[in-house]
Design a protein around this ligand. Structure first.
Ligand code: COA
Length: 157
């Protein structure tokens, strides 16, 4: 049975493994990257306004995770929830874990009084091509340009 719950300390190694499986499939990590991953996972667990959710199956264990940040947004005149990460491990895809994580995040954001949720989806990603978010009620915003300014890191997430 699939359960969505908050991540715990003991989930961190598995979450690190999920990210490694996804990110370092084609190119190996750069120096220091694995340490930064550990640090940022712990930070996500400890930040009061950040929720790290896991999809935990009785038989298969932790299949995926979602990271949600609650952000005060004065110009919006309220709070926005930002989904930075949604990831399900390759062998576990297409069994409903991603949808369950996303539904839980929407419910949480609502309970936190957020006015809306936001996320980025790489246009070349399979999930974008398959219209994963559009099919689940999310609207693609074409009226905004998405800017980043690189400080010290890759030009892609
Ligand atoms: C997108 C993702 C989270 C979906 O998780 P999932 O548990 O497989 O999703 P579900 O089983 O709940 O739903 C199946 C949907 O996933 C999508 N999907 C299925 N296999 C996929 C794959 N190999 N890659 C990407 N998306 C896939 C399809 O859109 C399918 O939607 P449909 O039912 O509307 O056709 C997962 O495929 C993933 O981790 N992809 C890589 C990371 C990513 O793209 N994250 C989103 C950007 S932030």
């Amino acid at each position: 049975m699939l359960k969505i719950r908050d991540a715990r300390e003991e989930d961190l190694p598995r979450l690190g493994q999920l990210v490694e499986n996804y990110k370092f499939r084609r190119e190996p990590p750069r120096p220091g990257e694995l340490d930064r991953l550990k640090t940022v996972l712990r930070e996500s667990l400890e930040q009061p306004r950040t929720r790290l959710l896991v999809a935990d199956d009785t038989d298969r264990g932790v299949m995926g995770y979602l990271c949600l940040h609650i952000l005060p947004f004065p110009l919006l005149r309220g709070r926005e929830a930002y989904v930075t990460d949604l990831l399900v491990d390759y062998p576990e895809r297409n069994t409903g874990a991603g949808t369950a994580l996303l539904d839980t995040a929407v419910g949480l954001a609502r309970r936190e009084g957020c006015l809306r949720l936001m996320l980025n989806n790489f246009r070349e990603a399979e999930s974008y091509r398959r219209g994963f978010y559009a099919r689940r009620g999310w609207r693609e915003r074409t009226e905004f340009a998405n800017f980043i300014r690189i400080l010290d890191g890759p030009d892609r997430p």
